[in-house]
Design a protein around this ligand. Structure first.
Ligand code: GLU
Length: 317
């Protein structure tokens, strides 16, 4: 698409949103067949590829959605966003002693940089970084996966956002690369707990089930200065500036530059085809469509978000 358009960063016109989302839906479904579902995690292989859902929630609490926005899916790497929020809540800036804040420019499950950079992963959204975050959560929690589930459910307001244990078990059985990453981290002194225990926490967090509507609610705090309508209990405000900047630089694997260029919003994707994005001060938006491009990002999802920021002129730039 030609996105060399002026006048971005406009206030969102909610009156036109239902027709904008309907138009996006109609336009993107013509792109089915251009990507492939992730096949290295057994449960993801079985998902019907021709599905598309999209939800948008404004900071005033208005919600709009189209397509399969209420269909549950395994959030995979989108969970890394919530795990980072939780780890920052638990240990604060000490997270950054063990994980960097730079894009990696490598595949999300690559081992290459880890060894040459002394066991400090480039950022919390590649697998190595996310496994260190799991280690932080696991070493500070009695039942780590329950703590993440409860944290996510408290943000989304949906108690059904739980681990799908079949998905987690399937990934555990085939997760040789993640096991290698965890062992390398352990050997290099950046994994403090037990390797298997940490991996179990990691696989389970990736297997948490949500839908597009849950995702826009759970990330509201990132658009709304750290505050969330649904969050209950004692929580520190979410470090929205910190997390949004990391999403912008590191949230879409090694295609993050292209995504920032085309869409212009901080976002986080996962290999199940979900993407959640934030327009600070305005809205959160999520898309889900399982067919992925070469980098592991949803083909229809990226296109839908590009169209959204063009049609509504709400890129942050
Ligand atoms: N559980 C997946 C893995 O570790 C997550 C990958 C992703 O969504 O980026 O490979």
């Amino acid at each position: 698409m030609n996105n060399c358009l002026p006048h971005n960063n406009q206030p969102l016109d909610t009156e036109t949103l239902p027709s904008v989302l309907a138009r996006i839906h109609e336009e993107v479904v013509t792109e089915y067949g251009k990507g492939k579902v992730a096949d290295y995690i057994p449960a993801l292989q079985q998902v019907d590829p021709k599905q598309f859902g999209m939800a948008l929630r404004t900071v005033d609490g208005e919600e709009f959605y189209v397509g399969q926005a209420e269909t549950n899916f395994s959030i995979q790497s989108v969970s890394k966003l919530f795990a980072l929020m939780l780890a920052l809540e638990i240990v604060g800036d000490d997270v950054w002693r063990r994980v960097g804040r730079e894009p990696s420019g490598m595949r999300f499950n690559s081992l290459l940089l880890l060894e040459s950079e002394g066991g400090i992963p480039r950022n919390p959204f590649i697998n190595a970084g996310a496994i260190v975050i799991s280690d932080i959560i696991a070493t500070h929690s009695s039942i780590p996966s329950k703590r993440i589930e409860d944290f996510i459910a408290s943000l989304s307001g949906n108690k059904n956002n739980r681990v799908d244990s079949k998905v987690a078990a399937g990934e555990k059985a085939t997760g040789f690369l993640n096991t290698a990453i965890a062992n390398l981290l352990k050997a290099m002194g950046n994994l403090h707990g037990d390797v298997d225990h940490t991996l179990e926490c990691y696989f389970k967090q990736c297997a948490i089930t949500m839908n597009c509507i849950d995702l826009v609610r759970a990330t509201e705090c990132l658009a709304n200065r750290g505050n969330s309508t649904f969050q209950t209990g004692e929580h520190k405000p979410v470090a929205d500036k910190r997390i949004n900047s990391l999403m912008l630089m590191c949230g879409l694997y090694d295609a993050v530059g292209n995504f920032a260029y085309n869409v212009g919003l901080p976002a986080k994707s996962g290999v199940s085809g979900g993407i959640v994005a934030v327009a600070p001060g305005q809205y959160t938006v999520s898309v889900w469509s399982p067919e992925l491009d070469h980098y592991g990002n949803s083909v229809l999802g990226q296109l839908a978000l590009e169209k959204l920021t063009i049609y509504t002129k709400t890129s942050i730039f």
